[in-house]
Design a protein around this ligand. Structure first.
Ligand code: LLP
Length: 866
């Protein structure tokens, strides 16, 4: 009967310690007990391949000795830990490496052939030590030289570099290999990844990441039951976890998706290793050597069918973009052929291509192409014969990967706001409909990945393919305080807050110092002449009192808000009130004029239908700047789809109507949206409004609206008011006689408010934890309405290391009553006080009595004494 085989590949870190070799031994035992014969394929020890490359670089100059010593020390140290004899096991290999280095020094160069021989020593030494350790511990082990089994495919077109340094091998199932291995007496075979031989016996390499490919060849040739890739992470994640700690484990993928994710930059698996196993329909399991209990990503033909979904945001940071511009390309036959021939000549494989009539832009993966400056320069020189060449080094590609990606592109719309600020060199949509890729400057890649990941995965509801988050698996603490602008004032006052909530819950608490701090920052800006607080964000009397004292005006959108302000401050100067309604009835405008506030009109209808209300009056007019911005579509208030403002092409009609009624337009207003973190927004609005000044000579003020965003979640950068101010200063300089007004809401109140609630019940259902609290969307509707993110912590257990991932839910009878999805918080007990951050704006203001549950009450926290 034929043996059942499993091939398990262990990467550099996985073979570098005694502990990990114990894990490898455990894996061997498990397979042997289950009746499977394991073939263990190993990489060189961690860091050794890099050292060998350095050796290859420096040996021709005679600088090899210290590097050789380093390589020897690393192996001797592991041998000592494994209690095996370094001298007998690796002595001869090390001597050979020394000889080869001396040879390189003598001839002053390292040929690709020599390069391959020197690199191979790393894998050979690692496997010698490991095999001896397994044998010494009673595992029936047989060391084998991979070069006896893996033979490189030759090819007349291959240059020496390709032949020796990035070879491919034949991997027919049912060949001799299986029979040979079955005949070996050792039950476990230990062999090397990365290396193979030519038909004539020369050593060749499979290219970087080639150990995965070796293992896949072996799996195919042995017709293995499965291929296990053991590495330092338990699988592929929805993004690089070092960039996005909340990235989720991908539990299952099909070969196409895995191919795409790995090709687009995920380092867990080398993309080349997929083809051999896919041809033989062998599943791949990715496992973590440090967490051997976790079943990681499984790649197979049987991945569950689910609707189109973005599976991962991959990034590749070693990308060069080459732009080739020619005027002669217009309808010219063969230009592309000429261009591509040059790349072929230098053995460079192109990743992405985009063409226009006069330009071809391509991206190259520097690592995959084993590219160096000399090659690039030679290529550029050649391309310059028929085009103007521009090269952009240090680029990165950021790809969204998933099946049928075109059908779900709309979901990334919010993430595209990012491109307002950074240039995109290329956009490409793969013909196989599995990825959409943006090529940008490398320095922005991490931020873009975070941004897109947040939009796509943050509030996703437990789909079958997504597992735990990386930070959950490795129980990493939250990153350092990401919330600036006083957003985490509550850390220092947490004991007071817990006591307050134990008295009364749920409860909004507002911090006076934070309110004052936000107002002070806005008032410190030089360009705005007047700041009106947008009362709709939060009309708590204590808050309005503070802003009143500080001299802010009040932007109101209803008679209710106007009367509220007058009832609190009966003596307020009426011109500190600005009325900015939308589709309001006639009587509301009459009331506002009567009260003496500024009135803003955002439609021509009132001027046409109720001219008497506006005759001989001074008014502001709200203009639609043509585009909206904001944290969600629902809060963007510009552009064709928006109900706000008068479009720019109706301004002539506006002028005519106004002059007919002797209505003076003394101010222009525009508000693009809410929760904006791009500094250019207000300057741009000012420019648009200023372009109308020629036609509106009475205008004395430009009101640029609110929208000033605050940091709500990790990864966001705070709005830099200094930059905003500088932008506005340019507008002021151009129009010195026109004032600038602003009307912020969120910026003034969001960070100052927290919502406290207490845990009612917990539940675990299908592996998902739910933490119930005593209020929900009736108090804070923003997560349900906009998918808004509010930081959530267990204040009663502050600092506790025991953490869980849970959906934080309210008591309302709606599935959308979730305040935070898959949040990591300290493990809860009934009655614990949960804090929900940045809840000072549009929290209580938007709450309801839905389900006849009263929303949270409010208190103002006085400044601390002393
Ligand atoms: N001015 C006008 C004309 C507005 O419509 C608004 C907000 C503001 C100023 C103040 O915007 P802020 O600075 O607060 O961004 N409920 C949403 C926000 C809606 C904002 C409506 N208008 C949320 O919870 O995110």
């Amino acid at each position: 009967m034929l043996d059942h085989w499993v091939v398990a590949k262990f990467g550099g870190t996985s073979v570098s310690s005694r502990e990990n070799w114990h894990t490898i031994m455990g894996v061997c035992h498990r397979h042997l007990e289950a009746g499977r014969r394991p073939m263990i394929v190993c990489s060189a020890l961690a860091g050794v391949s890099d050292s060998l490359e350095e050796l290859i670089d420096k040996a021709p100059r005679g600088e090899h000795k210290p590097i050789l010593k380093r390589i020897g020390d690393v192996h001797r140290e592991l041998a000592a830990n494994l209690e095996v004899n370094a001298d007998t096991l690796i002595g001869p290999l090390f001597d050979e490496l020394e000889r080869l280095s001396r040879g390189a020094h003598l001839v002053g160069e390292v040929t690709p052939r020599l390069h391959a021989r020197m690199m191979a020593v790393g894998e050979l030494m690692a496997t010698r030590l490991g095999a001896a350790f397994l044998s010494a511990n009673g595992v029936s082990t047989q060391w084998q030289d991979a070069r006896e089994y893996l033979v490189a495919e030759g090819g007349p077109l291959l240059n020496a570099r390709q032949r020796y340094l990035s070879a491919s091998c034949c991997y027919d199932a049912g060949g001799e290999m299986r029979a040979k291995c079955e005949a070996l007496s050792g039950r476990v075979i230990v062999t090397q990844g990365f290396i193979a031989s030519t038909a004539s016996g020369d050593t060749v390499l499979l290219g970087r990441g080639g150990s995965d490919t070796s293992a896949a060849y072996f799996a195919a040739m042995l017709d293995a039951e499965r291929l296990e890739i053991w590495t330092d992470v338990p699988g592929m994640f929805t993004a690089n976890p070092h960039i996005v700690p909340s990235a989720r484990l991908l539990k299952s993928l099909d070969y196409d998706e895995a191919q795409e994710i790995t090709s687009m930059g995920a380092k867990v698996l080398h993309p080349r290793c997929l083809q051999p196993v896919r041809d033989s329909n062998i599943p791949i399991e990715i496992r973590c050597t440090n967490e051997p209990g976790i079943v990681g990503t499984v790649i197979s033909a049987d991945a569950p069918e689910i609707n189109a979904q973005v599976k991962a945001v991959s990034t590749n940071t070693n990308v060069t973009v080459i732009l080739m511009e020619t005027l002669g390309m217009w309808q010219q036959v063969g230009f592309l052929a000429d261009v591509f021939a040059c790349f072929k000549k230098y053995g460079l494989s192109i990743d992405l291509v985009s063409t226009s009539e006069t330009n071809v832009t391509v991206s190259l993966d520097n690592l995959a192409n084993a590219m160096d400056t000399a090659i690039l320069e030679a290529l550029t020189a050649e391309l310059e014969c028929f085009s103007t060449v521009r090269r952009i080094d240090s680029c990165a590609s950021v790809s969204l990967v998933g099946r049928d990606i075109r059908t779900i592109l709309h979901r990334i719309t919010p993430a595209l706001v990012f491109f307002e600020e950074i240039p995109v060199h290329m956009v490409s949509q793969a013909a196989n409909d599995l990825n959409v890729t943006f090529v940008i400057d490398q320095e922005h890649a991490a931020r873009l990945v975070e941004h897109i990941h947040r939009e796509l995965f943050e509030n996703i509801r437990n789909p079958v393919v997504l597992g735990r988050t990386w930070e959950d698996i490795f129980d990493k603490e939250d990153p350092e305080d990401p919330l600036s602008g006083g957003g985490r004032w509550w850390i220092e006052r947490r004991e007071e807050l817990v006591a307050l909530a134990e008295e009364e819950s749920p409860l909004f608490v507002y911090d006076e110092e934070t309110l004052r701090g936000a107002a002070a920052r806005l008032l410190a800006m030089n360009s705005p002449d007047r700041v009106f607080y947008a009362v709709k964000a939060n009309w708590h009397p204590g808050i309005l009192q503070i802003f009143h004292e500080l001299g802010l005006g009040f932007e109101c959108v209803s008679p209710g808000e106007i009367e509220h302000v007058f009832s609190l401050f009966p003596d307020i100067a009426p011109r500190r009130i600005l009325f900015t309604p939308n589709f309001a009835p006639r009587a509301e405008y009459e009331l506002a004029f009567e009260r003496g506030g500024w009135v803003t009109l955002d439609n021509l209808y009132p001027l046409e239908q109720w001219p008497d209300v506006f005759a001989h009056r001074d008014i502001f007019v709200r203009i639609d700047p043509g585009r909206g911005r904001g944290h969600h579509d629902f809060v963007k208030t510009g552009g064709k789809q928006s109900k706000f403002g008068i479009s720019l092409d109706l301004v002539d009609r506006l002028v005519e109507l106004a002059s007919r009624n002797e209505t003076r337009i003394v101010g222009l207003h525009a508000h693009t949206g809410s929760g904006i973190l791009s500094t250019g927004n207000w300057k741009e609005t000012a420019g648009i409004l200023a372009s109308l000044l020629d036609r509106l000579p009475d205008v004395k003020a430009l009101d640029l609206g609110g929208g000033f965003g605050v940091v709500e979640k990790p990864g966001q950068s705070p709005l830099d008011l200094v930059v905003v101010d500088a932008g506005l200063a340019e507008a002021k300089a151009a129009f010195p006689n026109v004032e600038i007004w602003i009307e912020p809401g969120r910026y003034l109140t969001a960070p100052a408010g927290v919502l406290l609630a207490r845990v009612t019940q917990v539940k675990t259902k299908d592996d998902f934890h739910y933490v119930g609290i005593d209020t929900g969307m009736n108090t804070l509707i923003r997560p349900a309405l906009y998918g808004a993110y509010h930081e959530i912590v267990n204040l009663s257990k502050w600092g506790s290391k025991k953490r869980i991932s849970a959906n934080i839910v309210g008591p309302i009878c709606e599935s959308g009553d979730v305040l935070g999805h898959e949040r990591r918080i300290a493990a809860v007990d009934e009655g614990d006080v949960i804090l929900i951050g940045t809840a000072g704006a549009y929290g209580r203001a938007m709450s309801s009595e839905y389900n006849r549950r009263l929303p949270a009450a409010e208190v103002m926290l006085p400044p601390r004494r002393g």
